[in-house]
Structures are given as structure tokens and as C-alpha cells.
Design a binder for this molecule. Structure first.
Ligand SMILES: NC(=O)c1ccc[n+]([C@@H]2O[C@H](COP(=O)([O-])OP(=O)(O)OC[C@H]3O[C@@H](n4cnc5c(N)ncnc54)[C@H](O)[C@@H]3O)[C@@H](O)[C@H]2O)c1
Length: 255
């Protein structure tokens, strides 16, 4: 039996769950860490019912001490750590004048500070061949109108990834970012309900309106992101580190 373990922050989210399921299928024991709540426990039960070794741990990634505790609990449970996936995140939207310090703190703490401190906590347990994958965004590569704070957080995550890849290369630890376009997850549904002015379907259609595929543009499925994460956790991906991999139907390719 494979004895590798993956820790997935945001593991109860749309992408996080698909990643946990996929890595479980690949033979990893999976630790899903997310805000406490029924969804976290339900997802762990679902993964266990599918035959995967899975553990749910509550985590508020904004707290460095909580990051250390979750890593310790994961290692106590499994005996080691071989992959760390940062898939927790929040969206922030609004005109620059409307955004508050609280919006800034929440978004940066979850999307940028949290991943750093989780990685820091995991480092003593990660060895040669380990893979760290940060879920950034197309909004970490190009600006998105009405999302300055979110773009700042994801752009920061892309460069955090590259800098850490350099720091950790001598130890054989790889660090990569994935930059997805629009993915069909609860985050998008939440955005559409909150910012869609009563027309969530119209909001979602507008998200796809600028894709180069035109009327054929579609949402990416979380499983499509999970396959890329899976690849980045394999030895086959050994030459890939410090990359910001777009999976976005070309929306960041130019215009
Ligand atoms: N859905 C998209 O179109 C899209 C596109 C590009 C990038 N992303 C990014 O991908 C990642 C995954 O997003 P998703 O689409 O699966 O969204 P999601 O809302 O389904 O999942 C995000 C998860 O993060 C968790 N989370 C939020 N705050 C947390 C905290 N303080 N501590 C721990 N966990 C916390 C949530 O509970 C949730 O389970 C996010 O970083 C998001 O910004 C999403």
C-alpha cells in the first residue's frame, strides 16, 4: 500500500474535495482541513465510504498556530507528509471605494498569509520528492475588474510560490501554483448569489463572456483541476517547480 499522505487545506470546498478524492484514488492518505462544520465531517465520511484513508481536521488557516496544530495532527495520524495543497480561499468583489480594511485583512489572511504559514508548519515534515501546490487564479496573472484585493492576494500567492520554489529546490521539494479560470464550485455560486443583482445566471454568463471560445465557453470542472494537482504530485512532474500553470481556456493568453 502507498504510504504517502496529502494535506489539503480547503479540502471541504469544491476544488478541495475533488483534489482529495483524486489523490485518494492515487493512493494517498488524505487529510482534509477546513473550517469546522458539518460539510467537513460529511466529506471525510464520504471519502472513507469510497475506500480512501481520510481524516478531517478543523482549521482556520488565518491562524499560524492552527496551521501548526493541523500539521502536527496530520503527521501524528499518518506518520509523515508528502504533499500539501493550499485550496482554501475567499473571493472579494467591489469597486475600490467600497472595499474596507476588513475585506483586505480577510482576503489576504486566507488567500496569502494562511498558505505561507501552513507551508512553514509543514516544512520539517516534507522531504525529497514532496510537492506543494497552491491554488492561485487567473486573477493572480492578470487584473480582474472589480476584484483588486482578490487579484493582489492571488498575484502574491503566485510570487510566493516562485520564491519558495527557489528556497526549497535544494531540498528536493517542489512548489507550484495552479491558476484556474472559472471553475464550477460553491465559490462561484456564492459570488453569483451575492453580486449578481438578483440574476445569478446572468452573473455567471458574464464571467464567461470574455473567453476566447465565445459562446462555446464553459466552466471548468473541479475534477479537471484535480487531475493537474495529481500530476504535480507524481515523480513524473519532478522537473516542474516554480511554475504558475494556467488552466483557463486561454483567458490569460492575451487579447
Ligand atoms: N471557483 C473558481 O472559479 C476559482 C477560480 C480560480 C481560483 N479559485 C481558487 O481556488 C481555491 C478553491 O476554491 P473553490 O472554488 O473550491 O471554492 P470553495 O468556496 O468551494 O472552497 C473554498 C474552501 O476554503 C475554505 N475556507 C475559507 N476560509 C477558510 C479559512 N479561514 N480557513 C480554512 N478554510 C477556509 C472554505 O470553507 C471552502 O471549503 C480558492 O483559493 C479560490 O480562490 C477558484
Amino acid at each position: 500500500m502507498d504510504n504517502r499522505t496529502a494535506l489539503i487545506a480547503g479540502g471541504a470546498g469544491g476544488m478541495g474535495f475533488a483534489i482529495a478524492e483524486r489523490l485518494g484514488k492515487d493512493g494517498f492518505a488524505v487529510v482534509i482541513a477546513d473550517l469546522p462544520g458539518p460539510r467537513l465531517n460529511d466529506i471525510a465520511s464520504r471519502l472513507q465510504a469510497e475506500g480512501y484513508r481520510a481524516l478531517a481536521l478543523p482549521l482556520d488557516i488565518r491562524q499560524p498556530a492552527a496551521c501548526r496544530e493541523v500539521v502536527k495532527a496530520a503527521v501524528d495520524w499518518s506518520g509523515g507528509l508528502h504533499a500539501l495543497i493550499n485550496a482554501a480561499g475567499v473571493w472579494a468583489e467591489g469597486a475600490p471605494e467600497a472595499m474596507t480594511e476588513a475585506d483586505w485583512d480577510l482576503t489576504l489572511d486566507i488567500n496569502l498569509k494562511g498558505p505561507f504559514f501552513l507551508i512553514q508548519a509543514a516544512l520539517p515534515h516534507l522531504g525529497e520528492g514532496a510537492s506543494i501546490v497552491n491554488i492561485a487564479s487567473d486573477a493572480g496573472l492578470v487584473g480582474n475588474t472589480g476584484a483588486a484585493i482578490y487579484c493582489a492576494s492571488k498575484g502574491g500567492l503566485v510570487l510566493l510560490t516562485k520564491a519558495l520554489a527557489l528556497d526549497l529546490a535544494p531540498r528536493g521539494i517542489r512548489v507550484n501554483a495552479i491558476c484556474p479560470g472559472e471553475v464550477a464550485t460553491p465559490m462561484i455560486e456564492g459570488q453569483a448569489n451575492r453580486y449578481g443583482n438578483g440574476d445569478p445566471e446572468g452573473y455567471k454568463a458574464a464571467l464567461l463572456a470574455h473567453y476566447p471560445q465565445g459562446h462555446k465557453a464553459r466552466f471548468i470542472q473541479p475534477e479537471e483541476i484535480a487531475r493537474l494537482v495529481s500530476y504535480l504530485c507524481e515523480d513524473a512532474a519532478t522537473p516542474i517547480t516554480g511554475a504558475a500553470l494556467s488552466i483557463d481556456f486561454g483567458v490569460t493568453a492575451g487579447y
